[in-house]
Design a protein around this ligand. Structure first.
Ligand code: CA
Ligand code: CA
Ligand code: CA
Ligand code: CA
Length: 388
């Protein structure tokens, strides 16, 4: 029910967006002047203040004419860059002169029509428009962003960038009831720790009360002990679900914002939509015996759905029902490791990783390939988990 409503809202939003962008393109008549967003007046910009225009006006390999966009962040930040107006330009993005990456491959040059827009939200949000665009994750600290136009069929033009603090996944490691956490996906020391549960428990991290913060829980032979705070030993909820030998899982199965309990028994997935004792709300079979079950919001629609990891191949499904995988890719073939799931780049969709000892290897897209980021954290013998 919730998912159907979400789909209807999404469909309506897309229709409105298409209608708006079409009239926008007509109204502006192709004069080349981008109107939305904030025109920067000096080098410093404020994180979270919206789109900032940048421009280029010389042929060859021009850098943006404004000079560097500078800012300092206290948390992980997402830098988004997009072309607007005429489709066809592409950019290299630098931080203090160090290449962060190149924006996506642009569509063929087009300056008019229903899919031409000067609104960066539409240019960035609708990939089929063909605007070159990308997101780059930035670590906490000082940044100085410059843009180089590497494909430049029209000599002059404008694009937009924005920087926003994001809530990305963070690493944890649990060893014999001792929980260690770090506040960023980087190598470094433990930043806080607490004790919860016993050595033989299976630890989990989920948002049991729906306040956007994942806190500890443990599964002990069919009994769940859940805490809504990451502090020593306090149990807020005790409930019965599943039995000894089950693999415990947790996630927001119905997309209502609260993450709840589940177990995998053989290939059977038993999910419950409340953190109370009682029968499964949903049951289906998925995967094969011996698979490592994982849970994530692969499509970013707000509900968590199943996946399995099998010897380097990931089989992900976008609904909590029996059926075949919607997404299949390889990552980590030949590498022993523990699969982990999290939104590593803050785009609202979950990605996967493998933890080998204390080495975390993260993939930033649900596609075949090598790891995109790595760091060391946790006890080599601990269980890696992800919080936010
Ligand atoms: Ca919570
Ligand atoms: Ca839920
Ligand atoms: Ca989903
Ligand atoms: Ca993501």
């Amino acid at each position: 029910m919730g998912k159907h409503i979400a789909r209807l809202i999404l469909a309506a939003a897309i229709l409105v967006a298409i209608a708006s962008s079409a009239s926008f393109a007509l109204a502006d008549g192709g004069n080349g002047q981008a109107s939305p967003g904030i025109r920067r007046t000096n080098g410093a910009i404020v994180v979270g203040s919206g789109w900032q225009q940048f421009s280029w006006n010389v042929s060859g390999q021009p850098y943006n004419t404004e000079g560097a966009f500078t800012f300092t962040t206290n948390s992980e930040t997402l830098l988004r860059v997009t072309d607007v107006f005429c489709v066809g330009d592409q950019f290299k993005v630098y931080d203090f002169g160090v290449l962060l990456g190149t924006t996506s491959i642009p569509g063929s040059v087009v300056c008019s029509g229903p899919n031409v827009t000067q609104n960066p939200d539409y240019a960035y949000g609708y990939p089929y428009y063909g605007y070159s665009h990308s997101a780059f994750s930035l670590a906490p600290g000082a940044h100085s962003i410059t843009i180089q136009t590497v494909v430049n069929p029209l000599t002059t033009g404008v694009g937009f960038l924005r920087v926003d603090a994001v809530s990305v996944a963070k690493p944890a490691s649990v060893n014999n009831g001792a929980w260690q956490r770090r506040y960023s996906l980087t190598s470094g020391p433990v930043q806080d720790n607490f004790t919860f549960g016993a050595a033989t428990d299976v630890p989990l991290l989920c948002d049991w009360d729906g306040n956007r913060s994942k806190t500890p829980g443990v599964f002990r032979a069919g009994v769940w002990y859940l805490s809504n705070s990451s502090t020593d030993g306090s149990t807020d909820i005790t409930l019965f679900f599943g039995q000894a030998g089950d693999i415990p899982i947790c996630g927001d199965w119905d997309g209502n914002g609260t993450e709840t309990v589940g177990v995998v028994r053989g290939t059977g997935w038993y999910l419950r939509n409340a953190n109370t004792s009682g029968p499964a709300t949903t049951f289906f079979t998925y995967g094969a015996l011996g698979d490592r079950p994982i849970v994530g919001d692969w499509d970013g629609n707000g509900s968590d759905t199943p996946g399995v990891y099998r010897s380097g191949t990931w089989y992900l499904r976008n609904s909590n029902s029996a059926g075949s995988a919607n997404i299949v890719f390889t990552f980590g073939v030949g590498l022993a490791g523990t699969p982990v799931v999290g939104d590593w780049n803050g785009d609202g969709k979950d990605e996967v990783g493998l933890v080998r000892g204390n080495l975390w290897l993260l993939r930033h897209s649900l596609t075949s390939g090598n790891f995109d980021a790595s760091f060391e954290f946790g006890e080599p013998t601990g269980k890696p988990l992800v919080w936010r």
